[in-house]
Unconditional design. Structure first.
Length: 218
């Protein structure tokens, strides 16, 4: 696991330098996430990671998955949830579906050749972490037993941002087995303990816009 993260970090750092030079930081973030999602399905992986399938056939399958028509809707969905874009959505989309998409194709081809395609999601995460750090953004992972409405997510984001004192971007996850109402991980900090009462109090405080009360007694 540590070796994979180290490898992903090296790729992410190289990509970060390229994106910074070209002014395509947001486009890279979006397309890396889109490519990781598109290539992560079991159906696609059965083809592209099967050494019995000729390499040229696997490359064609990847190019089909990462084509403008195939990946465009994924990119658009991702852009809807990005609040921290450094430029306008139209500019990011143009770069994402143009030069950056082709560069990501080359990256995926390299990973395929090196038999490291499984590291792509980790590269996307490491790149996003580097980009957020440069911009002073902290990611908060909000986990709930079922999807939260957009208004609830925004309320959570606002309150966590006040608690953190920095710009916060929410990544929502669903865990049906979660005990309690909500868990929030802010960077390396877990803002609750997974106990039903504490979680419910935290959820109420966040959504009501209050801070935890401090007892004056022992």
């Amino acid at each position: 696991m540590a070796a994979r993260r180290s490898s992903a970090r090296r790729y992410a750092e190289a990509i970060s330098e390229l994106a910074l030079r070209d002014g395509t930081e947001d486009a890279w973030s979006v397309v890396l996430d889109a490519a990781a999602a598109a290539l992560g399905s079991s159906e696609v992986l059965r083809i592209v990671e099967n050494p019995a399938v000729p390499l040229d056939d696997r490359r064609r399958a990847i190019r089909a998955v990462l084509g403008v028509e195939s990946i465009g809707s994924v990119v658009d969905d991702l852009l809807k949830g990005r609040r921290s874009l450094g430029t306008t959505v139209s500019v990011v989309r143009g770069a994402a579906l143009g030069p950056v998409r082709r560069q990501v194709e080359n990256l995926v081809d390299l990973l395929l050749h090196r038999r490291r395609l499984s590291v792509l999601p980790a590269i996307a995460r490491e790149y996003k972490r580097l980009l957020d750090r440069r911009r002073g953004i902290t990611e908060a992972v909000v986990t709930t037993p079922m999807p939260l409405a957009a208004d609830d997510l925004e309320a959570v984001r606002t309150q966590v941002q006040q608690l953190a004192g920095t710009t916060v971007e929410i990544r929502a996850e669903v865990d049906p087995d979660l005990i309690g109402g909500i868990t929030i991980r802010l960077g390396d900090r877990l803002l609750d303990a997974s106990v039903r009462g504490r979680l419910e109090r935290l959820r109420s405080q966040l959504l009501a816009g209050s801070r935890p009360a401090h007892s004056s007694g022992a």
